[in-house]
Design a protein around this ligand. Structure first.
Ligand code: 5GP
Ligand code: MG
Ligand code: MG
Length: 179
């Protein structure tokens, strides 16, 4: 697997430190509130697990699975719910937890879908964001790292379902894509 990687973009140490920082902000902002964190499967599994453990605020956790990509590798903005929340979020403080915001189309759809359910508040936390790839302007309250517009894997992110279990975020060597 080591030879499949080109470069480590965000190390495990950087991720841990950043999640501790974000958790401190979230603890402050949600002090005394009842917080529901919603992870978007499958990519956000690692961020959810580590962020949740870095928080002092007691949280409940729920999950959604959506599919935004058709056959291609570009987000279409057409989103299908593969697994909906188990929780009724009306009147709840909801924080969406994402692995990465690329075009922002998936998240934009998710935000309008969830806000129509009447949460008390709705915010977003993402580990990674690609500012150069943004197709819609989204207000993201908690951002870990802004990264270049490159395809990355690891720490939940896959290429053909592989590499999700890497403890860091990196780029793949061209030969992996058949390059
Ligand atoms: P968006 O709708 O913002 O374009 O795409 C969001 C989703 O696309 C992410 O949750 C993730 O699943 C996938 N995605 C976007 N960029 C990358 C990337 O660089 N690497 C991987 N593995 N997935 C990505
Ligand atoms: Mg995601
Ligand atoms: Mg994927």
């Amino acid at each position: 697997m080591g030879t499949d990687l080109e470069q480590v973009l965000v190390s495990k140490e950087d991720i841990d430190a950043k999640l501790a920082e974000l958790a401190a902000l979230i603890d402050k902002d949600y002090d005394g509130k009842d917080l529901l964190i919603v992870g978007v499967l499958k990519g956000a599994v690692m961020v959810m697990a580590d962020l949740a453990r870095a928080l002092s605020t007691p949280v409940t956790m729920d999950w959604m699975a959506v599919s935004s990509y058709g056959a291609g590798t570009k987000s279409s903005g057409v989103v299908r719910i593969l697994k909906d929340l188990d929780t009724d979020i009306q009147g709840r403080h909801v924080l969406i937890v994402e692995d990465i915001i690329d075009s922002g189309l998936t998240l934009s759809w998710l935000l309008s879908n969830l806000s129509s359910r009447g949460p008390a508040s709705l915010q977003v936390c993402t580990l990674l964001r690609k500012p150069e790839a943004a197709k819609v302007d989204i207000d993201v309250k908690y951002v870990g790292f802004d990264i270049p517009n490159e395809f990355v894997v690891g720490y939940g992110l896959d290429y053909a379902e592989k590499y999700r279990n890497l403890p860091f975020v990196g780029t793949l060597a061209p030969h992996v894509y058949g390059g």
